[in-house]
Design a protein around this ligand. Structure first.
Ligand code: SF4
Ligand code: SF4
Length: 120
């Protein structure tokens, strides 16, 4: 799951949002998803765990339109003229609640353990 959490309030929660798999994303030399997305700064460029620059979706900006998803991928809600190239098909629409649960679990796991009290 490669989607960033921003913690900014939003007026309407979409049913599903786009999630980009960094392992199948070609990398930012492609960026067709950014061209397809109608929301400014919704798809950003990030380094993956291997230091490779790939695209990632900001949870709190995605409106769930599915325009970035590969034509033919059944997870997208509507018609689109183009999207992520079929060779990569790196984007799926995923339930918003599921994405938030996974991201919060990841953030919890990354939080440093509380320091042991010092005793003398
Ligand atoms: S689903 Fe729509 S708003 Fe969300 S990242 Fe894709 S194109 Fe942008
Ligand atoms: S369109 Fe697909 S392959 Fe291209 S940068 Fe976006 S997610 Fe990666």
């Amino acid at each position: 799951m490669w989607t960033k959490l921003q913690n900014t309030p939003r007026k309407k929660i979409p049913r599903t949002i786009a999630v980009i798999d960094p392992d199948t994303c070609f990398g930012i030399a492609c960026s067709i998803c950014q061209a397809a997305c109608p929301v400014e700064d919704c798809i950003v460029e990030e380094q993956d765990a291997d230091g490779r620059w790939v695209c990632a979706v900001l949870i709190d900006k995605c409106i769930g339109c599915g325009l970035c998803v590969t034509v033919g991928n059944p997870t997208a809600p509507g018609k689109r003229d183009f999207g992520c190239p079929a060779d990569y098909d790196a984007i799926d629409m995923v339930a918003y609640t599921e994405v938030v649960e996974v991201m919060e679990a990841q953030l919890d796991a990354e939080e440093p353990a509380e320091a042991e009290p010092v005793t003398t």
